[in-house]
Design a protein around this ligand. Structure first.
Ligand SMILES: [Fe+2]
Length: 198
């Protein structure tokens, strides 16, 4: 269990972003309308460099880092700083909620997938790529169930780190991940490398 880091000073633009997303989350909008509006905010957020301290750039020995910056006490959405070491990436996975991925530093590739089977088998999924977004700072991508939920992210650079800011409509605690080659699907549980308290 990750112990929360005391509410450290964050870039004022990030704090403002949390407030602006809160205002959207409070409205009776459809998930697609929410994702559209949050995407606009996220684009503006990463249009200029963000100041994120080393305490929220943690990553494990293998794989990529998940640093929880904000969890909304009323509406449940979360904002996560994901840290991608060179050549790191994850399997296609879903979250069961809307999401916006915004590239803050470096370069990432985000692939969205469509599920081609009927979705009833809990152990197997047939995924078809809907295309790859090559993201540089300022770029955004979205996920939206039920048809555009599965996605994968990777850092194609062999030298540079990348950082992305992810906003999800609710805590993406449980998810499905899919091995593309075999179609084997398993359940996973999200663990954070650091959590900002307060
Ligand atoms: Fe994700």
């Amino acid at each position: 269990m990750t112990q929360p880091t005391p509410a450290a000073a964050l870039d004022a633009r990030l704090v403002r972003y949390f407030e602006d997303v809160r205002a959207i989350a409070a409205q009776p909008l459809s998930p697609s309308a929410k994702v559209r509006r949050v995407r606009e905010l996220a684009s503006a957020l990463v249009a200029a460099p963000l100041v994120v301290g080393p305490e929220f750039r943690r990553f494990p020995e293998r794989g990529y880092g998940r640093n929880l910056l904000y969890r909304d006490p009323d509406h449940g959405f979360v904002v996560i700083a994901m840290v991608w070491p060179p050549a790191s990436g994850g399997l296609p996975h879903d979250h069961g909620t809307w999401g916006v991925v915004a590239v803050a530093e470096g370069e990432v590739e985000v692939t969205n997938f469509e599920r081609e089977d009927d979705g009833r088998d809990e152990t197997h999924a047939s995924l078809r790529s809907l295309g790859v977004v090559h993201g540089r700072p300022g770029a955004t991508a979205t996920v939206l169930p039920p048809h555009e939920d599965f996605h994968s992210v990777r850092n194609p650079s062999r030298e540079r780190f990348a950082m992305t800011i992810h906003t999800y409509g609710c805590e993406p605690a449980d998810f499905h991940r899919v091995d593309l080659a075999s179609g084997a699907m398993s359940r996973g549980t999200l663990a954070y490398d650091n959590v900002r308290a307060g």
